[in-house]
Design a protein around this ligand. Structure first.
Ligand SMILES: Cc1ncc(COP(=O)(O)O)c(C=O)c1O
Length: 303
């Protein structure tokens, strides 16, 4: 249960992902499913947990399994700014953490993202690879006295640098992050309180001891509730409420299904979410009366 990016980057490097199933209540990778994948694949090099919707995975449990095998952890923290486990932020639990600042994220620079690592080698390599494999970026070149023009190419790099203008947008939002997260949390708690008792839906669960970034608030429409997911989304759209689906799982995407010979039955946890899941509006400036409208419309549809 993730977006295209988590898996495609593995193919860029000539490797193949091994997909694991997720917990049907949280949509998170579990240490148990990772253990099964490791038992079945002796050449796994890295583990890439996705903090789905902003809810942190069990990082301690994953480290217990991965560390003894020398498997590095690179977490997909695209949804997880600012999330934490026991008050320790996501970004400090893995060898490298990858955040997204795409337009719909909890902090946005329009496009772009951030890698956090405390590994000097990873940091140095990322700095070089983000800009064509150049050993000195423009700032580095023009802050030296001589031969300002000179750089060397030490690797076949990418063009993955964040423009300074976008970075300025992001820096201005950092001081607001906790306030925005608190607003999202309030909205999520209200959805939970007002929709939690409806039999027709299963709400996403949280995990004790974690700070949820609430990038997404998702729910699963139960099979026997009288309306299917797509019709529910269409109906809400007609009432002016935009919902989306996160996600059609990667194992159902043609490229991955064909390349890795994947079958829906191999992923019962993800399937049980996917069939009925959709995400409700959640953003810091969603006000009380707008949220009341959303809640009332959902109750009228399936209550
Ligand atoms: C789970 C997940 N991982 C990775 C990404 C990729 O982020 P970006 O678009 O900033 O490259 C996204 C983007 O939506 C995402 O949802």
């Amino acid at each position: 249960m993730t977006f295209a990016a988590t898996a495609e980057v593995i193919r860029y490097l000539g490797a193949d992902p091994v997909f694991v199933d997720v917990c049907p209540q949280t949509a998170l990778m579990t240490p148990e499913s990772v253990q099964v994948a490791i038992d079945e694949n002796s050449d796994i090099k890295a583990c890439m947990p996705v903090h789905f919707g902003g809810l942190p995975c069990d990082m301690e449990g994953l480290h217990k399994i991965c560390d003894p095998q020398g498997i590095r952890i690179i977490d997909d923290a695209a949804h997880a700014f600012p999330a934490a486990i026991d008050d320790r932020p996501i970004g400090t639990w893995a060898d490298a953490s990858c955040f997204s600042f795409y337009a719909n994220k909890t902090l946005t620079t329009g496009e772009g993202g951030m890698i956090i690592t405390d590994d000097d080698d990873i940091a140095a390599h990322a700095r070089i690879m983000r800009l064509h494999g150049m050993n000195r970026d423009a700032w580095g070149r023009f802050t030296v006295e001589t031969a300002k023009w000179e750089y060397d190419l030490v690797a076949p790099g990418y063009k993955y640098n964040m423009p300074d203008i976008a970075a300025a947008l992001g820096l201005a939002q950092f001081p607001e992050a906790d306030k925005h997260c608190a607003a999202r949390t309030r909205i999520a708690n209200r959805y939970g309180a007002e929709l939690g008792d409806l039999e027709a839906i299963q709400l996403c669960q949280t995990r004790d001891g974690t700070t949820h970034a609430w990038h997404l608030f998702w729910l699963v429409l139960q099979a026997n509730c009288g309306i299917d997911r797509n019709s529910a989304i269409d109906h809400l759209q007609q009432r002016g409420i935009s919902c989306s689906v996160h996600y059609k799982p990667l194992h159902r995407m043609t490229y991955w299904a064909e390349r890795l010979n994947l079958k829906p039955d191999d992923f019962p946890g993800a399937e049980s979410i996917w069939q009925g899941c959709f995400s409700l509006p959640i953003f810091p400036c969603l006000n009380d009366s707008e949220q009341s409208f959303v809640i009332d419309e959902i109750k009228a549809l399936i209550g």
